[in-house]
Design a protein around this ligand. Structure first.
Ligand code: ADP
Ligand code: MG
Length: 667
């Protein structure tokens, strides 16, 4: 049997499936339901909750009535059970008027809503058969119900379409049912327990194979350059910064230094909220590398950020005898030649830059430590390209810093065997940024507030959204806002303007003037998202905040509250769950987790491909399962008695994931 043998599947639909990557009966069975309708259990009408879907068994109190509004019919009925009454409303289904009579009994499934103080179900489904019914997302124009029909035809052949991939020994070890059984259970659930067992098996399989593939591609941990940790070096470094490290910084730097001393190449991800002091930790690592006689490279996502890192490095590292330099794409030829000379001669111990660090012509004398900042903006491939600039036989230590906290679940999946450290503490004296949603009618109050703050010597950011996916439109918007503010509400204040495609020199000048306090209010598009550190900026205003993603809002908010002054973030726009979450917490990890829940992993990571890797309903949010499968991979790769099984699983893993991993740049 093949796809084209399925009843109802003509060449047109076959092509649609093919285009969606569904090329075999097995692929079709891996088209998992996006959810289920459970009509096995009734909810008493009195126990219905607004916003929740439920199944009710009810009796009609009277024959429904019908009204017409703008040509649309609306049938309403009052129904009841022992616990109370409920209103059912059908739009555009006039036949329901005469279908039902007083005393008729029926079971309905739908979402309860509260309307004018009473519970209502709109257009509920009539339940004819009790059960747990899978719901499928459409593929192109093939409706979910049609897909269900095709899958139904394939299910009897599950054993040949999707043969078992794990030996009985492994299944017993991990408490898993068979794969064909699992697929039967998720596509045609008999009961909740069977469904749960099926889902577990499938989620386990996905996560196991994926992590196995990541590991295979990353290769085994390599030998690395041992760089001895010296507490005298570290102490001197912290003294030079002028502050005591937080416990979190101390712990994370300790983890890094022990990696660097271990003789294996470090591969560590450091996550921490904006302002948690990751850069300081990275500089601590640079000191140790320099003391051992090795160069470090620090790659930042923007030139502005690279320059800012250089300023901090000159302040903190240069006095310790660490020579720092800059390499940027936009440099003049002579400047660049000189920089390259210093790098090649080993005259710089720390090279800070952007992508330019990866360039063909860049040769490092003794590259021993590679740091990438804000790593989610670089592909894994770029990170590896930078570390490949180290000597062949002496791979550099790799430190990846991310200011976008990624929920631990995802970090473990995405980074495979990258070790993860978290700087989960802010330096002392920071007050959390007070965040408020501002209704449109309070806009003038907001401007008054900004004036007061400016009078007190503080500064503000005003961010305009990306209205369309076009830099030009974005710039125009910011320019218009700037002119309006300058002419009206903020007249007399010193305003600045910056946007994404602004010429680099102009952009840098504006930001420098804002940093120096020569600009009171900086009107900006999201270019300020990363990096800019201005401690006297205490007010962040975000226009049309409802258009931004949660993590992005959090990043923007992180631009204020960088000093000891009380800081504010004002959100203009339609209140939504994202905005309310932002008001409720300053914890980047809570926000990231929420963002993941709201958007799903694909959107969260900004690439569709990631979404393809991680089917939503099955396992991604389940921390326990992720830990469990991670441990399973470890057992499988380390227990000699399982070597044969490891081979089989690895082959499967590569079959399933190698292509996708290549697409997202894992090679
Ligand atoms: P991140 O890179 O995590 O966003 P940074 O390393 O840029 O954070 O630190 C943000 C600010 O906090 C910087 O001005 C830095 O000098 C300061 N800082 C870092 N660590 C501490 C600390 N332990 N105590 C006081 N200030 C600190
Ligand atoms: Mg930083």
């Amino acid at each position: 049997m093949e796809l084209r043998d399925l009843k109802g599947l003509g060449p047109k639909r076959l092509a649609m499936l093919e285009a969606a990557g569904i090329r075999s009966l097995g692929d079709l069975l891996w088209q998992l339901p996006r959810g289920y309708i459970d009509t096995t259990l009734d909810t008493p009408v009195a126990a219905l909750q607004a916003g929740r879907t439920a199944c009710v068994a009810v009796t009609f109190c009277a024959q429904p009535s019908i009204r017409y509004m703008k040509g649309l019919s609306m049938v309403t009925a009052r129904v009841e059970d022992d616990s109370g009454t409920l209103q059912i409303t059908w739009f555009n289904q006039p036949w329901n008027r005469n279908n039902w009579h007083q005393g008729d009994q029926a079971v309905f499934y739908g979402r309860a809503e509260r309307f004018r103080g009473q519970m209502v179900m709109q257009n509920p489904k009539l339940v004819k058969e009790r059960g747990i019914i899978p719901q499928y997302s459409p593929v192109d124009t093939i409706a979910g119900a049609h897909l269900a029909g095709f899958i139904e035809q394939v299910l009897p052949h599950a054993h040949t379409a999707c043969p078992e991939s794990l030996s009985p020994r492994l299944r017993a070890m991990w408490g898993l049912c068979g794969l064909p059984e699992a697929l039967q259970a998720v596509h045609r659930p008999q009961d909740a327990a069977g469904l749960a067992a099926g889902k577990r098996r499938i989620a386990f399989e996905n996560l196991l194979l994926y992590q196995m593939a990541v590991r295979s591609l990353q290769g085994e941990a390599q030998a690395g350059i041992p760089m001895a940790a010296d507490s005298a070096v570290t102490d001197r470094f912290w003294r030079q910064t002028g502050f005591a490290p937080t416990d979190a910084q101390h712990r994370v730097l300790g983890q890094i230094l022990s990696d660097m001393a271990s003789g294996r190449a470090m591969r560590r991800l450091v996550q921490g909220d904006v302002g948690s002091g990751k850069t300081a930790v990275a500089f601590g690592a640079v000191c140790t590398a320099a003391a051992a006689g090795w160069q470090s490279a620090l790659m930042a996502p923007t030139e502005i950020l690279a320059r800012q890192h250089l300023v901090s490095a000159q302040e903190v590292l240069a006095p310790l005898g660490i020579r720092c330099g800059l390499l940027l794409g936009g440099m003049k030829a002579a400047e660049r030649r000189e920089a390259l000379k210093y790098i090649e001669a080993g005259a710089w111990d720390l090279v800070i830059g952007t992508h330019a660090l990866l360039g063909e012509g860049v040769h490092y004398a003794r590259l021993g430590l590679v740091i990438t900042d804000e790593q989610h903006r670089f592909g894994v491939r770029q990170r590896q390209r930078l570390s490949s600039k180290a000597a062949e036989d002496q791979p550099a230590h790799v430190l990846v810093m991310s200011a976008t906290p990624i929920p631990r679940t995802l970090a473990l999946i995405l980074y495979g065997d990258l070790d993860v450290s978290v700087v989960d503490e802010l330096p002392p004296g920071r007050t959390p940024v007070a965040t408020r949603i501002v209704p449109e009618e309070k806009r003038q109050d907001l401007y008054r507030f900004i004036r007061q703050k400016v009078q007190a010597g503080e500064q503000a950011y005003l961010v305009c959204p990306l209205v369309e996916e076009s830099e030009r439109v974005e710039a125009k918007d910011a320019q218009a806002t700037y002119r309006e503010l300058a002419a009206g509400p903020l007249k007399g204040l010193r305003l600045g303007l910056t946007w994404g495609t602004q010429p680099a020199a102009e952009k840098e000048e504006v930001i420098a003037r804002f940093s120096a306090g020569e600009i009171d209010v900086l009107v900006a598009t999201t270019v300020i998202e990363v990096g800019v550190n201005v401690p006297r900026a205490t007010v962040m205003v975000i226009e049309n905040a409802d258009r931004f993603g949660l993590s992005q809002l959090h990043q923007l908010r992180g631009r204020v509250g960088r000093g000891t002054l009380e800081s504010w973030c004002f959100l203009l726009g339609e209140p939504n769950e994202r905005l309310r979450t932002l008001c409720a917490t300053n914890d980047g990890f809570v926000i990231a987790q929420k963002d993941l829940e709201l958007r799903g992993p694909g959107d969260f990571l900004g690439t569709r491909q990631h979404g393809r890797l991680l089917p939503d309903a099955f396992g991604v949010g389940d921390m326990r399962l992720i830990e469990e499968t991670r441990a399973a991979v470890h057992t499988l790769t380390h227990d000699p008695a399982l070597a044969a099984e490891e081979q089989v699983v690895r082959r499967r893993a590569m079959q399933k994931y190698e292509r996708v991993l290549e697409e997202i740049g894992f090679h």
